[in-house]
Design a protein around this ligand. Structure first.
Ligand SMILES: NC(=O)c1ccc[n+]([C@@H]2O[C@H](COP(=O)([O-])OP(=O)(O)OC[C@H]3O[C@@H](n4cnc5c(N)ncnc54)[C@H](O)[C@@H]3O)[C@@H](O)[C@H]2O)c1
Length: 389
């Protein structure tokens, strides 16, 4: 039976719409596979729930999304001393539509050598120069600020993702002696700074945001952040319809807590973006609620929850899967699957409304039970409309 005829029959018997989609053979989507790297600690726990949600969406849309799972992470590093195997970067660049990562970090590798090779390696190697982090409050009672309404906390941070202090340039001289010297270089290039600033303005233009805020520490970092200053005001002049404003990073953190409603798009360097987005995550309800995308507008992009591997929670069925599920939502949106991401978002919203959540945000459920709820909601929302999308 063709889908068109099936839809016709379902139109005559709407109740069937809730059961029949599962019987429809899922058609593979004509796209390159998504590379999934569950990673370490709670990474596999939360990615598992996100993938179950994806499988429920596949049922609703009678479509199969091609996936490939990779074991890059601490276990493989300890076994083979390999983070990204030779050729992996090129393979990911050419043959995948997106990368979905859990988290990296393991107490057995205290210097995070594998994480640097895999995550920083992918960010730098695939030139994922935009770290895109929406800070959006989904329920008022999740915010630790007094009287913060949903509309008061809704901004996006564009963190520069390929330069700054995280490029690993520097060295240690006379290590372990009283005369030790450690130098960590902070790299800022005109190209790197300008392109993230321009992306922030383009994003503001596309989404109707009226302000772009740049945060730096140019009063103390007179070389690198002087470059940020000049690039920012020059690019801002090309966007007369968008207000450009500047804060020193210390003042910005204070203002985000005092009056988050004034911010719409914030652009900043790698290290300050790292810090300010954890602050934002906490205002959203905690690290378990925060999603991110590592974007190169011309290439394959990597999506990951903001949290780390939280090793003490690994395998204990306590970690909040919403960071990963909301990251899946961002990835689906990025892949042009807006109807899928909308359905997923609606399922998360009802879980929050009904407190079908983990303990970190006030619920009583385990990780998998939250996943069960999300899958159930997605499948229950299946309707003639969703079949017709
Ligand atoms: N992108 C990444 O992969 C990434 C990011 C940050 C840290 N790390 C690594 O992760 C390891 C642990 O780092 P950390 O403890 O500083 O940060 P973390 O984000 O792993 O955990 C900090 C705390 O936040 C809470 N938390 C985080 N995620 C949660 C979730 N999903 N549900 C409920 N609570 C959650 C927990 O209380 C946890 O102890 C380290 O090895 C670190 O280098 C990796």
């Amino acid at each position: 039976m063709t889908h068109t005829r099936l839809r016709h029959y379902l139109g005559m018997f709407p109740a069937l719409a809730f059961t029949v989609p599962a019987l429809i053979k899922r058609q593979p989507l004509n796209m390159k596979p998504i590379a999934v790297i569950p990673g370490d600690g709670i990474g596999p726990d939360v990615i598992n729930e996100a993938l179950r949600a994806l499988h429920s969406l596949e049922e609703v849309f009678a479509t199969r999304v091609p996936l490939e799972i990779f074991d890059y992470g601490a276990e493989r590093w300890l076994r083979e001393k390999v983070g990204l195997p030779p050729g992996a970067m090129e393979d990911l660049r050419k043959n995948y539509s997106a990368i979905f990562l859990g988290a990296l970090g393991d107490p057995r590798i205290p210097d995070m050598a594998h994480g640097r090779e895999i995550l920083l390696g992918l960010r730098f190697g695939l030139d994922l120069y935009i770290n895109y982090r929406p800070i959006k409050l989904l329920r008022e009672d999740l915010c630790p600020l007094k009287n913060c309404r949903l509309e008061d906390l809704d901004f996006t941070v564009m963190r520069e993702n390929t330069e700054g202090a995280y490029v690993g340039m520097g060295g240690i001289f006379k290590k372990g002696t009283p005369d030790e010297v450690a130098i960590q270089e902070d790299v800022n290039t005109r190209k790197g700074v300008e392109r993230i600033i321009r992306y922030a303005f383009e994003y503001a233009k596309r989404t109707g945001a009226r302000t772009v805020t740049m945060a730096d520490k140019s009063n103390a970092l007179g070389f690198g952040h002087d470059l940020w200053q000049r690039a920012f005001w020059e690019v801002a002049a090309e966007y007369p319809g968008i207000e450009a404003e500047h804060f020193f990073i210390d003042a910005l953190t204070m203002q985000i807590v005092k009056n988050p409603a004034r911010f719409k798009v914030i652009v900043t360097c790698n290290m300050f973006g790292d810090i300010v987005t954890d602050l934002g995550a906490q205002l959203q309800g905690g690290l378990g609620m925060a999603a991110s995308g590592n974007i190169n507008p011309e290439g394959v992009c990597l999506f990951e929850p903001v949290h780390g591997s939280a090793p003490k929670y690994a395998g204990k069925n306590v970690s909040n899967p919403f960071g990963a599920i909301l990251t899946l939502e961002l990835m689906l949106e990025h892949l042009g699957m807006a109807a899928w991401s909308r359905l997923l978002h609606a399922a998360v919203m009802s879980a929050l409304d009904e407190k079908a959540t983990t303990r970190d945000i006030g619920g009583k459920l385990g990780t998998t039970e939250v996943g069960d709820y999300i899958c159930g909601k997605i499948k229950a929302s299946c309707s003639i409309e969703s079949l017709n999308r």
